[in-house]
Design a protein around this ligand. Structure first.
Ligand code: SF4
Length: 395
C-alpha cells in the first residue's frame, strides 16, 4: 500500500461543524445547563482565520493559547504550545505574564490549569460544554460513597487512591485528601509503585483500562488481582471479601474514544497492512493493548513516529485528529501511518472547540469582556494541588 493510499484509508476529514448545537440543550448532561452567551460567528465566515489572527495580535502577550493534541487543525494553528493536558497546564504556569490562558481542550484540563497557574491568571475554555465523558464517569458523590463502602469493608485505611489526570478537580481533591496521587499515562507505573509503598491496595480512578493495563503489564499483577467497582451498583457490585482480596480496585470508567478499539481492529489492520506496527494508547482495552506491538501516551506515540525509519508502517490507536495530523506530517518521510480502526473516532467533546468558538473567545477578550472562565473553588484547588504535587515528587 502506498502512503497516499494509506492516508486515503483514514477515510475521514475533520468536520467544520460542532457535533451538537451548543447551548440549545441538545445534550443537557454534557452541556451542564450552560448557555453560550453572545453570537458565535458562522462556521462559513471566510474571515474566521483573519479574525482570530487579528484578535490574538491585539491581545499580544496578555493571551497564551494552549492546544491539546486532540484538537482540530483549524484550532491548533493558533496554539502557542501543543501537548497533553499536564504538559499544557505546566506550560501555562511557566507563563505568569499571560493574563488569559485560553485552553483549547476539555473542562478537566482547564481546571488543572487553573489550579497550577497564578491567582491573577484567568483560564478560559472557549466552549463550556467541552467536557470529557471519562471524567464525568466519576462524580464526587459516587466516590465519597465508594469510600464509605471501603470503610465498611474495613480496608479504607490501607487503600491509596490514584487518580488519572483525566478527572474532575473534585476527584483530584478527594485523592489529595486521602493521601493519594495523580498520574498521567506517562507516569502511571511510577505512581502505582509509589502507592503500593504507602498502602496495600489501590483505588484507581476513573479509567479502568489505564489502571488494569499498568498493573498487569508494568507491575506484573494478574487480572485476578483487579476488581471492577461499578458506581451504579450497590457496594460497587462487589462483596466485602472481593474488595479485601483485591490489589487493584478499578473504577468502572473508560474513554469513549479509546474504548472503541477492539481486538478485531488489530487483527484487521495486520491483514490490511502487512508488516504494520500497532501502536496504541494505554486507555485502550487490555486485549487491544496485549495484542499491540507498542503502548504509550500521546507524547510517546509522537516520539515513536518521529524516530521511526523511513518506509515503516504504523497503525495508531488514539484520537483521530492527532492520527491525521501525524499521517500528514510524516507522509513526506515515507512513513505509512493509518488509523487503527476504520470507524470515525474523533473525541466529540474535544471537537466542540472549533474556530468559531475560538474567534468568539479571542475577540471577546480583546474587547475586555471576560467570558467562560474556569475557576476551581479554593479548598478543592488546595487538596487537588496536594495530589498533583505528590505526582511531581514521584521518584
Ligand atoms: S479522548 Fe477520551 S479521555 Fe480524552 S477528552 Fe475525549 S473522552 Fe475524555
Amino acid at each position: 500500500m502506498t502512503t497516499a493510499q494509506a492516508r486515503q484509508d483514514l477515510a475521514v476529514q475533520p468536520t467544520p461543524l460542532a457535533l451538537l448545537l451548543l447551548g440549545r440543550e441538545a445534550d443537557t448532561r454534557s452541556e451542564r445547563g450552560v448557555e453560550c452567551p453572545g453570537d458565535l460567528p458562522s462556521p462559513s465566515d471566510p474571515d474566521l482565520v483573519a479574525r482570530a489572527r487579528a484578535a490574538k495580535e491585539k491581545l499580544g502577550e496578555k493571551v497564551f493559547v494552549l492546544g491539546h493534541h486532540y484538537q482540530r487543525d483549524e484550532v491548533i494553528q493558533f496554539a502557542d504550545v501543543t501537548g497533553d493536558s499536564f504538559k499544557l497546564a505546566r506550560d501555562a504556569a511557566a507563563r505568569p505574564g499571560a493574563e488569559y490562558i485560553v485552553f483549547c481542550g476539555v473542562h478537566f484540563m482547564a481546571e488543572s490549569a487553573d489550579i497550577l497557574t497564578g491567582d491573577d491568571q484567568k483560564v478560559v475554555l472557549p466552549d463550556l460544554a467541552a467536557g470529557c465523558s471519562m471524567a464525568d464517569m466519576a462524580t464526587a458523590e459516587q466516590v465519597a460513597e465508594c469510600w464509605d463502602v471501603l470503610t465498611d469493608a474495613g480496608i479504607a485505611e490501607r487503600v491509596v487512591p490514584v487518580s488519572y489526570m483525566n478527572s474532575s478537580a473534585d476527584i483530584k481533591a478527594f485523592t489529595g485528601k486521602h493521601g493519594g496521587t495523580i498520574c498521567t499515562s506517562s507516569n502511571a507505573e511510577r505512581a502505582l509503585n509509589w502507592a503500593f509503598e504507602q498502602g496495600e491496595q489501590v483505588l484507581f480512578l476513573p479509567d479502568q483500562h489505564l489502571g488494569r493495563n499498568t498493573a498487569v503489564r508494568d507491575l506484573g499483577l494478574s487480572l485476578e488481582d483487579c476488581v471492577l467497582y461499578n458506581p451504579h451498583k450497590p457496594n460497587g457490585g462487589l462483596t466485602a471479601e472481593e474488595l479485601r482480596n483485591a490489589k487493584m480496585i478499578l473504577w468502572r470508567g473508560h474513554c469513549s474514544v479509546h474504548g472503541r478499539f477492539s481486538l478485531d481492529s488489530v487483527n484487521d489492520v495486520r491483514e490490511r497492512v502487512p508488516g504494520v506496527n500497532v501502536l496504541v494508547h494505554p486507555e485502550c482495552k487490555h486485549e487491544v493493548v496485549s495484542a499491540a506491538d507498542y503502548v504509550g501516551s500521546t507524547e510517546y506515540i509522537i516520539k515513536m513516529l518521529e524516530e521511526a525509519p523511513s518506509g515503516s508502517k504504523w497503525a495508531i490507536g488514539t484520537e483521530l485528529n492527532l492520527v491525521q495530523r501525524l499521517a500528514n506530517r510524516f507522509a513526506a518521510d515515507d512513513k505509512e501511518i493509518v488509523f487503527l480502526d476504520k470507524t470515525v473516532c474523533f473525541c466529540s467533546t474535544m471537537n466542540r472547540i472549533d474556530l468559531p468558538h475560538l474567534v468568539w473567545t479571542l475577540e471577546s477578550l480583546a474587547e475586555g469582556k471576560e467570558i467562560n472562565r474556569i475557576q476551581v473553588e479554593k479548598e478543592t484547588a488546595d487538596f487537588a494541588q496536594l495530589a498533583l504535587e505528590r505526582m511531581l515528587a514521584l521518584p
